[in-house]
Design a protein around this ligand. Structure first.
Ligand SMILES: [Zn+2]
Length: 491
């Protein structure tokens, strides 16, 4: 069935994409795809190398008369996200993808298609084998294992590539040019609370917050959604004093890169205060709902009975935990000054959780400006250090600060306008892209990212728009044919 996609235009690109669908390449199991790419380069007699992380670099010299152009790096990632419908059998490490044409789209039967980033890889291969496209010196970089940790980009050696301009082919809306992304850093916080026996004449209750929308901690951070952890701790702070609350444990949030949807804590309340606190919960729910407005209509704050815990936190430990979580900055901190609507810096208070004798807190901090990311990380670190917690800032990766004066951006905008009778949209994303990591190793690179229109990537509904692939490839070709002269020649 899949063979039918080989007849689509541009034929060479789709033939290459078909080959990729027949070559298993889920993240971390890309060896066969690496072999395929290596053979592809070598069979064309092009200089081909594979680095220790499995990234493949293929160099193609300039065509006649184009030797004095700047060197272009065309970059796409090798791996794909392996997702399938529950009821089907599919082994992503051995089985081919069953791609087919569905109206204006190409999709796959019951699995991810791998158009992310297979179309980018196929386009780069098509440029490598082309004989009719005029171009300057080209370096094609296929990065390994982007989808789970960007290992290929992280492991790439500085100084290996000689190019000046990077075209990243891993974006998902045709007609949009990406010029920035966020970097990130994790704040990992650990409390070792002092525990004391449960006092007499108290009742154990579970205080919970649920029904929030959650979402991606970068892409959705500016949507005004509630953070369940923040809602929970704000209330813990209120009832602590007013109702003589004791705290036993917390279970708030689940994933580092998701806005927390649910949070709960086991608390103890003196029996004499039980009626009062129930009334108070209802009032508080109304207050928060009023603040969040129509954005979180399904939010619920409530109390249920809980099993009596063995221990509670002592007064100092309880104070330190509650006050520091309250103090921790969360949400959008700053919008970009040169890209309207783009979040520049944000934090997601993702997790507060009792684990054995510890309470761990995790925040994911993002910014397209690395110094702002570090400054926010210091603020959050300070809030928890003051509360006697251990803090480590780990897993930092760099952002890509938008440069609206970029030469390649201006060229791409111009080409788009003159060939497609439309303005391309300049945009940036508040999440990580390989360009952030690569650009931090190669400071001279002028970078843009674009691609065909792909819907529902990372899911079995993934599909790529056929017409957008044709437009995307024409756009790529035109950019390559019009790369500016290199100033290196004049030195
Ligand atoms: Zn991708």
């Amino acid at each position: 069935m899949s063979e039918e996609i080989k007849k689509l235009q541009p034929e060479k690109l789709w033939k290459n994409f078909y080959s990729l669908t027949q070559t298993p390449r889920p993240s971390h199991h890309e060896i066969r795809a690496v072999e395929f790419l290596k053979n592809f380069g070598e069979s064309l007699n092009l200089e081909t190398t594979v680095d220790e992380f499995g990234s493949v670099l293929i160099r193609k010299p300039a065509t006649h008369g184009m030797e004095n152009r700047k060197t272009v790096i065309i970059q796409a990632h090798i791996d794909m996200v392996p997702q399938k419908n529950e009821e089907v059998q599919h082994n992503f490490e051995t089985d081919p993808i069953d791609a087919y044409i569905d109206g204006e789209w190409v999709t796959a039967r019951d699995t991810t298609l791998g158009a992310d980033d297979g179309i980018g890889v196929a386009a780069a291969l098509t440029i490598l084998e082309s004989k009719d496209i005029a171009h300057g010196p080209i370096e094609v970089l296929f990065t390994a294992t982007e989808e789970t940790g960007m290992y290929g980009a992280n492991g790439l050696k500085a100084g290996l590539l000689k190019g000046d301009i990077l075209l990243n082919l891993d974006s998902e809306t045709e007609g949009e040019l990406y010029i920035g992304c966020a970097g990130g850093i994790d704040a990992n916080i650990e409390f070792t609370p002092t525990k004391i026996p449960v006092p007499a004449n108290y009742t154990a209750l579970k205080l919970y917050v649920k029904g929030l929308k959650g979402g991606h901690s970068g892409m959705d951070i500016n949507l005004g959604r509630g953070n369940a952890n923040k809602v929970l701790f704000r209330y813990l702070n209120i009832i602590d004093k007013r109702w003589d609350m004791e705290l036993a444990d917390v279970n708030a949030g689940s994933l580092r890169n998701a806005i927390p949807r649910e949070a709960s804590a086991t608390i103890l309340i003196p029996n004499k205060n039980l009626d009062g606190i129930k009334e108070c919960v209802k009032k508080y729910e109304a207050v928060v709902k009023n603040e969040l407005g129509k954005i979180e209509p399904n939010m619920e704050i409530g109390l249920t009975n809980a099993e009596m815990p063995k221990y509670i936190l002592d007064a100092k430990s309880k104070f330190n935990l509650i006050k520091s979580v309250i103090a921790c900055q969360n949400g959008v901190i700053r919008m970009s000054a040169n890209m309207p609507g783009l979040v520049e810096t944000s934090s997601n208070l993702a997790i507060v959780k009792s684990v054995d004798d510890k309470i761990i807190v995790q925040c994911l901090i993002r910014s397209s400006v690395d110094s702002s990311k570090d400054a926010l990380a210091s603020n959050i670190e300070a809030a928890f250090l003051l509360a006697d917690a251990k803090v480590s800032l780990d897993g930092a990766y760099p952002g890509w600060k938008p440069n609206t004066d970029s030469e390649i951006l201006k060229l791409a905008l111009d080409i788009y306008k003159h060939n497609f009778n439309n303005e391309a949209v300049i945009t940036a994303v508040h999440a990580g892209l390989e360009c952030g990591i690569l650009g931090a190793k190669y400071l001279n690179w002028d970078m843009i990212s674009f691609g065909p229109t792909i819907q529902h990537p990372h899911s079995p509904d993934e599909r790529v728009n056929i017409e957008s692939v044709q437009k995307f490839f024409k756009f790529l070709t035109l950019i390559i044919e019009n790369i500016p002269l290199s100033d290196k020649k004049h030195v």
